[in-house]
Design a binder for this molecule. Structure first.
Ligand code: SAH
Ligand code: SF4
Length: 432
């Protein structure tokens, strides 16, 4: 979501004649977009500001704005601690950035804009065209969360659940497709809680699938409680909806899920997985896991391992529990860090083995790849298959924006490698 936000911030500042630069030592203004989900976020901000200061030693200081969830959580504190910062702007107030830059150009005041102005933000954004022209683009449809898992900072930094207007989203999707996007990933902290008037996420998916030129639709991140029957049906009926569902479970232990206030247990979770697999047999799953949550015993941990083995997630993202100030879990006793690290290592070893055997099965098989970009200075093209696996092929022909079959002949932990199969006069030819 920060990538989407950064692109939209760029669209906003273009209206006051600023543009994007990659020359970090020459910029007039820095906008540091931050994430607060796990620890060290604030330290990273100070580290980055240190780098800016170094670049601008003996030069005129650039305007420096900190936005995103660290700005929301630390607001005034950041301004007090670091005089170099001109403004802090929360993720629901970033439409204020052009005004703050203009004022910072002439005044010495510091600006703090951390109210939850989500409606106002999207009212601003809807009149400024989304100029992103990537083959695969993000589109925020929902923000915030009302679920209050005990470990999580999101409900406090992104605010309450909010769904954008149905027609606004369709309009923005059409803009993206007109700019060249072939794939759109719908975003939300709880994307499947999307609800606007009578419309749900499945309505949005079905409507988007009618847009000519849009080839692929994805959505992330979903909560197991909000996987409704109509959404499951969309996985059966909508060809453009890609067959990968990222469905964070966090733990395999009912006891820990309850302590986390997750509002689902393992039986409920597995039931969804089974139902979805019946709707669409191509569907695969990925998930997030928190290791070393307060109270996690070796038995609880073993249940997490059992779950991973059972569902065979094709990607498992695992994190050691990180105390987030102000969350209910922050008062609990943290387990021994060295034990949590050991468990994380074991977890990752097993989840990587599962991923590896899944990838072995793809060897010598065909996958459909949407190519996103050419790798610099080489005739190599990067794309993703339907299950969101990274794929790299060699090709003399420009593949960007094209969907092609690829025969996979090698892989490593991050990438599949293969040869592209072109259908030419109904004959298959391999592009060297
Ligand atoms: N809304 C999604 C998750 C959003 S946060 C859901 O309900 O699952 C993204 C991921 O960050 C989470 O799935 C979780 O695994 C991880 N995460 C969030 N807070 C964390 C914390 N305090 N410590 C470690 N990992 C955390
Ligand atoms: Fe955080 Fe997701 Fe739980 Fe909301 S549902 S509190 S975003 S982990």
């Amino acid at each position: 979501m920060n990538e989407y936000d950064s692109n939209r911030i760029l669209d906003l500042v273009k209206t006051i004649d600023y543009s994007l630069t990659t020359n970090l030592a020459e910029t007039d203004c820095y906008v540091l977009n931050t994430c607060h989900i796990r620890e060290k976020a604030t330290e990273k901000v100070f580290h980055d500001i240190g780098r800016v200061k170094k670049n601008f030693r003996n030069k005129k200081k650039p305007i420096l704005i900190v936005t995103g969830c660290v700005a929301q959580a630390e607001g005034e504190e950041l301004l007090k601690k670091e005089n170099y910062i001109d403004g802090v702007v929360g993720p629901q107030s970033y439409h204020d950035i052009p005004g703050i830059i203009k004022r910072a150009e002439i005044k010495k005041n510091k600006f703090n804009s951390t109210d939850f102005n989500t409606i106002e933000k999207f009212d601003h954004l809807k009149i400024i065209k989304n100029s992103n022209s990537k083959v695969s683009s993000y589109l925020t449809i929902q923000e915030g969360c009302d679920k209050f898992c005990h470990f999580c900072v999101v409900p406090y930094t992104r605010g309450p659940e909010f769904s954008r207007s149905f027609s606004e989203i369709i309009l923005e999707a059409k803009q993206l497709v007109n700019n060249g996007s072939k794939e759109i990933t719908l975003l939300g902290q709880n994307v499947n809680a999307y609800k606007y008037d009578k419309y749900k996420l499945s309505d949005l998916i079905n409507k988007l699938s009618n847009i000519k030129g849009l080839e692929r639709i994805r959505y992330t991140t979903s909560h197991p409680r909000d996987v409704s029957d109509d959404l499951m049906d969309a996985h059966r009926d909508c060809d453009k909806l890609m067959p990968l569902l990222h469905l964070p479970v966090q733990s395999g232990s009912d006891k820990i899920l309850k302590a986390m206030n997750r509002k689902h247990n393992i039986e409920y979770y597995l039931n969804i997985v089974e139902k979805l697999k019946k709707k669409n047999k191509l569907l695969k799953f990925s998930s997030d896991f928190i290791i070393g949550y307060p109270g996690e015993t070796s038995h609880d941990f073993q249940e997490t391992i059992d779950l991973v083995k059972k569902v065979k997630f094709i990607n498992s993202y695992s994190f050691i529990y990180s105390v987030r100030p102000g969350t209910p879990a922050s008062n609990l006793i943290i387990p021994d860090l060295s034990l949590s690290k050991k468990r994380l290592e074991e977890f990752q070893k097993i989840s990587n083995e599962i991923k590896n055997s899944y990838r072995k099965n793809i060897l010598n098989n065909k996958v459909k790849v949407l190519f996103e970009n050419k790798i610099k200075n080489e005739n190599l093209y990067f794309g993703r298959d339907e299950h969101h696996n990274s794929v790299i092929v060699k090709s003399e022909i420009d593949l960007v924006g094209k969907i092609n079959d690829v025969e996979i002949n090698n892989f490593n932990r991050n990438t599949l490698f293969g040869d592209i199969i072109l259908i030419n006069n109904k004959k298959k030819v391999i592009a060297a």
